[in-house]
Design a protein around this ligand. Structure first.
Ligand SMILES: NC(=O)c1ccc[n+]([C@@H]2O[C@H](COP(=O)([O-])OP(=O)(O)OC[C@H]3O[C@@H](n4cnc5c(N)ncnc54)[C@H](OP(=O)(O)O)[C@@H]3O)[C@@H](O)[C@H]2O)c1
Length: 347
């Protein structure tokens, strides 16, 4: 094994803020020596990183639920890795961990930064490394708490979820089925629609790319009793169309609006919001980090579903840190099929 002092940490930093779709010029590729951890510190080698639509928002200037990534800083990313050096009695060399590792090969975490980095051990008996970035990780937690806490599904209700074949969407749809709901997905393309119906057991799926009235017609056909819960991952026109089909006391979970993230003009808000008034419905946003103290409960439940086969998970794995800039764009073109993961090193 190479001594730590001789290791280079390759990193990807934000060089400039993008306008519209990010380009390779927005990134800077750097390398520096790996720092041995001091008293109480831990050195983690990155194995895989979670590529998330939210990364596009973190590249922007301005106030959000979390500070933007600064120019020149290593790009923020959640990930899973292995402890390669430790001066901390709670973490041993060889432990598999999850943390905010950043888009880089190593993260040396000082004793005082351990809590802030989110460093926790993960148990590979509950799920694979990439499942810990998917169903058992941040997207899975988003789907779980968004649906269960904000949506409050009841058996027999109709749940519609957009981005249905993506990371959050696949969890939401399967969980809603487990809770006894009728589930209609919305996804781009026949292959994704076939997968959520045939493999994940959704009742139906609407290919929103099939034509201008595909969502409207699809909802009439597949949600004939109206929509009780809409889990919105995409915003824009799809949200507007679903609003025309909601039931009295419907719950709309605003999880994300990926159709708007690369806009160079103002975000398109819902034109049909008065449907909330007519139907005494509510629309509520969710930020997954608010539920961090309850993750262990959700992880235990989801791990049990993975084990008994009621929950499946699909990850789309891109190899190599250097491919981060292009890999990230797959989320916005819809090229990712399942949770998008960047594999940085072998375990
Ligand atoms: N609030 C929170 O705490 C939280 C946490 C995690 C994620 N999120 C949000 O949840 C959403 C899903 O995230 P994810 O990680 O699960 O990503 P994902 O669904 O795995 O990947 C993104 C997908 O969005 C779809 N998409 C892209 N552009 C679109 C457009 N213009 N119109 C409709 N669909 C489009 C594509 O699927 P198709 O091929 O089907 O178009 C793409 O595969 C995002 O909006 C994200 O920001 C929120």
């Amino acid at each position: 094994m190479t001594p730590l002092a001789n290791l280079q940490n390759h990193q990807i930093r934000l060089a400039e803020r993008p306008v519209g779709v990010p380009t390779r010029a927005n990134w800077q590729f750097t390398a520096e020596a790996v720092a041995e951890p001091a008293e109480g510190g831990v050195l983690v080698k990155t194995l895989a990183l979670s590529l998330d639509p939210a990364m596009r928002g973190w590249m922007n200037e301005g106030k959000s639920y979390i500070a933007p990534v600064g120019i020149g800083e290593v790009m923020r990313a959640g990930g899973v890795g292995v402890v390669v050096a430790s001066q901390n009695p709670k973490f041993a060399v060889g432990d598999t961990v999850s943390a905010g590792l950043g888009v880089q090969e190593y993260l040396s975490i000082a004793a005082g930064d351990i809590a802030r980095s989110g460093l926790v051990k993960i148990d590979l008996r509950l799920g694979s490394l990439t499942q810990w970035l998917n169903v058992l990780g941040m997207p899975g937690m988003t789907g779980y708490f968004g649906l269960m806490d904000v949506g409050q599904p009841k058996a027999g209700e109709t749940v519609v979820v957009s981005g249905a074949a993506g990371a959050v969407g696949q969890t939401v749809g399967q969980l809603a089925k487990i809770k006894g709901c009728r589930v209609v997905g919305i996804a781009g393309g026949q292959a994704k629609c076939d997968w959520v119906v045939k493999e994940l057991g959704f009742d139906a799926c609407i290919d929103y790319k099939a034509g201008p009235s595909a969502v409207k017609d699809g909802l009439k056909a597949h949600a004939p009793n109206g929509v009780d819960i809409y889990f919105d991952n995409v915003g824009g026109e799809i949200l507007d169309t679903v609003l025309t089909r909601i039931n009295r006391k419907a719950r709309i979970i605003i999880c994300g609006a990926i159709s708007q993230y690369n806009n160079t003009t103002a975000v398109q808000g819902p034109k049909n919001y008065l449907s909330l008034l007519v139907n005494r419905a509510r629309m509520e946003g969710i930020v997954v980090f608010d539920y961090a103290d309850r993750y262990p409960v959700a992880v235990a439940e989801m791990a049990a579903y993975l084990k008994d086969g009621r929950m499946k998970s699909k990850e789309d794995i891109v190899q190599g840190l250097e491919h981060f800039p292009e890999a990230l764009l797959k989320l916005f073109s819809g090229e990712n099929f399942g949770k998008l993961v960047l594999q940085v090193a072998k375990g």
